[in-house]
Ligand binder design. Structure first.
Ligand code: PEP
Ligand code: MN
Length: 296
């Protein structure tokens, strides 16, 4: 009985169908370098910002706060995949311009979603990392298009996708020649309705076993409740993730998108303090850019 279990695990973990994403291709793991910020190494990276870019004041105020509290990369959606066509759809290119402005103001690289093959070139012109959202994880033409880009890509797990499907989707990007890929667990659909999604933290050690690509966790979409986010963020660090994607808004009650799951600036600051302590206890650290390390 024992040996059968072992054999099943061994063949499953061999990850041979993941020709380029498989751990065997790079046992030491991939470390992405986003303007000096290393994702996939010992340090834990935090990407944070509003769900959607709404206006200059909202973005710049939130971006400055995220930076001040130790966030590494600014997130913000300019093209939003909304369930209803009547909901705010994002500022589109205007939003991308504001992200560029926020990058200049804070020095933080930015990550933003691209939903449409026809917009890949435009989004690439402004962003440091392309985000492929949950709903587009198996949009194969889009995966092929970003596979031809020279921009790092964060691929989010589809809400109904298995780990196998996520890694095969990553293969499309890698197979196109783009080697700078990370994957993101953002919660999956389950029978549970008391939170927005079921945060599948099992995925983190499993992905770390199967692939050399960095693994990010998004506890904002994973829970849908701001008060739950710090718990799952800390759990993500403990379970071995390489970083977080967190929604922060300077005034969540006024947010045009995902306010209930967005942390206030103060809540984000407290979480960063807790992550600092926890990362040390786990033999890791929060990522601090070279330029902000005070040399004595
Ligand atoms: C987002 O990051 O704002 C987003 C839309 O996420 P997901 O694709 O995981 O729903
Ligand atoms: Mn969101």
């Amino acid at each position: 009985m024992e040996s059968i279990t072992c054999n099943i695990n061994a063949s499953f973990l061999e990850s041979s169908s993941y020709k380029k994403a498989g751990r065997h291709k790079k046992p030491e793991g991939t470390i992405l370098d986003i303007g000096g910020i290393k994702i996939g190494g010992k340090a834990f990276v935090v990407m944070a910002g509003p769900c959607a870019v709404e206006n200059e004041n909202q973005l710049i105020t939130t971006a400055r706060a995220v930076h001040e509290k130790g966030g590494n990369i600014l997130r913000g959606g300019a093209y939003k995949p909304r369930s209803s066509p009547y909901s705010f759809q994002g500022l589109e290119e205007e939003g991308l311009k504001l992200l560029e402005k926020a990058r200049q103001e804070t020095g933080m690289p930015v990550i933003t979603e691209v939903m449409d093959t026809r917009k890949v070139e435009t989004v690439c012109a402004y962003t440091d990392i392309l985000q492929i959202g949950s709903r587009n994880m198996q949009n194969f033409p889009l995966l092929k298009e970003v596979g031809h880009c020279r921009k790092p890509v964060m691929l989010k797990r589809g809400m109904n996708a298995t780990i196998d499907e996520l890694l095969l989707a990553a293969e499309y990007i890698l197979d196109g020649g783009n080697e700078e890929v990370m994957v993101c667990e953002r919660g999956i659909r389950s029978f549970e309705t008391s939170y927005r999604n079921t945060m599948d933290l099992n995925a983190v050690p499993m992905l770390k076993q199967l692939t050399h690509l960095p693994v990010i966790v998004d506890p904002s979409h994973g829970t849908g409740h701001a008060w739950m986010v710090p718990y799952l963020a800390k759990a993500a660090l403990a379970v071995g993730a390489d970083g977080l994607l967190i929604e922060v808004h300077y005034d969540p009650q006024q947010a045009l998108c995902d306010g209930p799951q967005s942390l206030t600036v103060e809540q984000f600051g407290s979480l960063m303090e807790e992550l600092k302590v926890l990362s040390k206890a786990l033999g890791r650290s929060l990522f601090v850019p070279e330029t902000s390390i005070t040399r004595t």
